[in-house]
Write a protein that binds this ligand. Structure first.
Ligand SMILES: [Zn+2]
Ligand SMILES: [Zn+2]
Length: 296
């Protein structure tokens, strides 16, 4: 941390930072406190004041924008100051290894969700009930120059990167061929192992949609699909404890007969991208969140 001037008076930026940090720590990083930090981050980014930039280093650090924190302090810090040099030394390793990859996600507003939907529609990604944002989760990749879909033979700028269990070697599938079921039909393949799913879904049509017409996701081990309220859940992406806190869903996720006490503790200490990876799902009917987890 940049030492705050406790002897003198704190400036307005430092005061606000101290208050927001306290709120963040006391709530263990709930969505309200994270949203407040993001709003503060954006206002600091717009300011030219050096005092604002100094505090912005701390905000970046707290939100896990390790590379941004390091880069900013490198550019504004007084390198003849031993404390700053020492702090930069500590931050460097995180900046290089983590970059900004583990930044706490900004909680989404209704408006953000609507915008996301519009963007997917513009890109020509069909609606996948059980995998609503396959671009965010990394199931689909974007190719500027385009690739040829192995199923329909057309050039596509968005192609599937997840698992597809088929005898033939398939390089590229376009979103339309997945959604229509043509890809699974043509190659007699599936996107999810039908045994690695929760029990309790009686409707065969639902299983058919999940394994034959829904993009899968990449886990460390065999991917598993959660179900709730008699239907499969929507897969939302990879998370760790920090993300679960920021989404305010940790309690929901732990309230699950799937996990014993030891496993619950693992979830509470999981790190997105770490050895123990959690995958987040949400029930399409009651809205409850559930996770699956595996090890690398
Ligand atoms: Zn295609
Ligand atoms: Zn439910």
């Amino acid at each position: 941390m940049i030492p705050l001037k406790w002897g003198g008076s704190m400036n307005e930026y430092q005061e606000k930072y101290v208050a927001l940090k306290k709120q963040f720590e006391q709530s263990k990083g709930d969505s309200f406190s994270v949203t407040a930090l993001y709003d503060f981050k954006e206002s600091l980014e717009e300011s030219e004041a050096i005092a604002a930039k100094e505090v912005l280093v701390n905000v970046y650090d707290l939100l896990n924008y390790k590379k941004d924190a390091y880069d900013l302090l490198s550019s504004i810090g007084d390198l003849s100051d031993v404390k700053i040099k020492k702090r930069l030394g500590k931050m460097k390793e995180y900046a290089e290894n983590w970059r900004n990859n583990f930044a706490i996600p900004k909680p989404k507003t209704e408006e953000d969700i609507q915008k996301e939907k519009e963007m997917l529609a513009e890109l020509g990604i069909p609606t996948f009930k059980y995998h609503p944002n396959p671009l965010n989760t990394g199931a689909f990749e974007i190719s500027e120059e385009g690739v040829v879909c192995d199923c329909c033979g057309k050039v596509t700028h968005i192609y599937y990167e997840g698992p597809f269990y088929a005898v033939d070697d398939i390089d590229y599938l376009c979103p339309a061929c997945i959604a229509s079921g043509k890809a699974s039909e043509k190659f007699d393949g599936s996107f999810q192992d039908d045994y690695s799913v929760d029990d309790g879904v009686k409707d065969a049509e639902k299983l058919d949609e999940l394994i034959h017409r829904t993009p899968g996701y990449c886990g460390w081990q065999q991917e598993y699909w959660r179900a709730h309220c008699g239907d499969f859940c929507a897969y939302l992406g990879r998370v760790g404890a920090m993300e679960l806190q920021a989404l305010d869903v940790m309690d929901e996720v732990l309230d699950d007969p799937m996990w014993d006490d030891e496993q619950k503790e693992m979830i509470e200490h999981s790190v997105n991208g770490g050895h123990l990876q959690c995958y987040l799902f949400q029930c399409l009917h009651c809205g409850k969140h559930l996770v699956w987890m595996d090890f690398d």
